[in-house]
Design a protein around this ligand. Structure first.
Ligand code: ASP
Length: 324
C-alpha cells in the first residue's frame, strides 16, 4: 500500500513538472479530413498562429481522414492526454452522434474542450458545365435529370453530408451521393465534371468560385455574405427553401484527462491566436468569422456543442436523413 502511494505521488510530481515545462516538443493537430480542404485550411492557419504563442514549438497538422471525420476524431480521443495531440473538427462533432450510429467515442465525455475557433458559411456549388445559373434553373435541371444526379460529400457525418441531406430533403429529389475523405478531392472531381454538385465551406470554395472553376448558386446562411466575391450570392432561403440554414463552426479539443495546467496554457495560446490580426485577415478573406469573447472559453465551447447536438438531433430525425 505504501509503495502504491509513493508511486502515485511520483506520477503526480511527474505530471506537474510536465505541465510546467509544456510544451517541449512538437504538438500535432489532427484534422479528420484530407489535406487541402476547408477544415485543413482552418487548422493550418491556426497552427501557425498558435506556434507563435507557444514559444515557437512546431504545431503540425496530421490529416487522419475517413468516415466523415470519425476516424481522426477517434484517434484524438484515444491519444495520450499530454497536450501533444489535439483535434480540430467542425459541426460534425454535433451531427455525428445522430448521423453515425455506433460512433467509437463520446463527443460529450471523451474530450477536453479548448474553445471555439470560427464560423464558416457553406455554398452550393456545381460543376462548371452544369446549365443552371441560379437555384430556380438548378431545380428544373434536377427534375429533368432525376436519377442521374451525383452529389459529392466528405463522408457520413461530415458538413457536406449534412448539408447535402438537408438539400435533398428540401428539394424532394434523391441524388446519388459520392463520398470522399474530404472535400478537397471532391472539389477536384467537381471541377473536372465527374460529380454534379456539392455543398461546401467557403474556406474551400471561395478561390474556386473566384477563378470560375465552379459555379456558385447560393449560400446556406440566413443572411447574404459580405466577402466581396460572394456578396451577390442569394441565400437558399430567399431562393425558396424556407428555413434552410447551415453554418459550420470549428472547435479545438484535447483528449479527456489532459492536465489542467496544460489545458490552461493551450487555451491562453488559442485565445491569443484568435486575436492575431494575420489569422483574422486570412480567415475573413475566405468568408470565415473568427470567434471572440466568451466563445473562446472551454466552458462556452462545450455548452455550445451540447446545444448544437440538441438543435440538430430533432432536425435530422424529422428529415429522416440517417446515414444508415
Ligand atoms: N468540407 C468537408 C466537410 O464536408 C470537410 C473537409 O474536407 O475539410 O465536412
Amino acid at each position: 500500500m505504501k509503495k502504491l502511494v509513493t508511486l502515485l505521488a511520483l506520477a503526480a510530481v511527474a505530471l506537474a513538472s510536465h505541465a510546467a515545462d509544456y510544451p517541449t516538443k512538437p504538438i500535432s493537430i489532427i484534422v479528420p479530413f484530407t489535406a487541402g480542404g476547408p477544415t485543413d485550411r482552418v487548422a493550418r492557419d491556426l497552427a501557425e498562429a498558435m506556434r507563435k504563442q507557444l514559444g515557437g514549438v512546431s504545431v503540425v497538422v496530421d490529416n487522419v481522414a475517413g468516415a466523415g471525420s470519425s476516424i481522426g476524431s477517434a484517434k484524438a480521443a484515444r491519444a495520450t492526454p499530454d497536450g501533444y495531440v489535439l483535434l480540430l473538427n467542425h459541426i460534425g462533432m454535433a451531427t455525428m452522434p445522430v448521423l453515425v450510429r455506433n460512433l467509437p467515442f463520446k463527443v460529450e465525455s471523451d474530450f477536453e474542450y479548448l474553445g471555439l475557433v470560427n464560423e464558416v458559411p457553406m455554398t452550393l456549388v456545381t460543376k462548371p458545365s452544369l446549365p443552371a445559373n441560379n437555384y430556380k434553373e438548378l431545380s428544373a435541371w434536377l427534375v429533368q435529370n432525376k436519377g442521374k444526379v451525383n452529389l459529392g460529400n466528405a463522408g457520413v457525418g461530415s458538413a457536406s453530408h449534412l448539408c447535402g441531406l438537408l438539400f435533398q430533403n428540401a428539394v424532394q429529389i434523391d441524388m446519388t451521393t459520392v463520398p470522399y475523405k474530404g472535400t478537397a478531392p471532391a472539389m477536384t472531381d467537381l471541377i473536372g465534371g465527374q460529380i454534379d454538385l456539392m455543398c461546401d465551406q467557403t474556406t474551400n470554395t471561395t478561390s474556386q468560385i473566384e477563378a470560375k472553376k465552379v459555379k456558385a448558386l447560393a449560400v446556406t446562411t440566413a443572411k447574404r455574405l459580405t466577402t466581396p466575391s460572394l456578396k451577390d450570392l442569394p441565400t437558399l432561403q430567399e431562393s425558396g427553401l424556407k428555413d434552410f440554414e447551415v453554418t459550420i463552426w470549428h472547435g479545438l479539443y484535447a483528449p479527456k484527462g489532459t492536465p489542467a495546467d496544460v489545458l490552461a496554457k493551450l487555451n491562453t495560446a488559442l485565445k491569443a491566436a484568435l486575436k492575431d490580426p494575420d489569422f483574422i485577415k486570412k480567415q475573413e478573406g475566405l468568408g470565415a468569422v473568427v470567434v471572440t469573447d466568451k466563445r473562446m472559453e472551454p466552458a462556452e465551447h462545450k455548452k455550445f456543442v451540447l446545444a448544437e447536438i440538441a438543435k440538430w438531433s430533432p432536425i435530422i430525425k424529422a428529415a429522416n436523413v440517417y446515414a444508415d
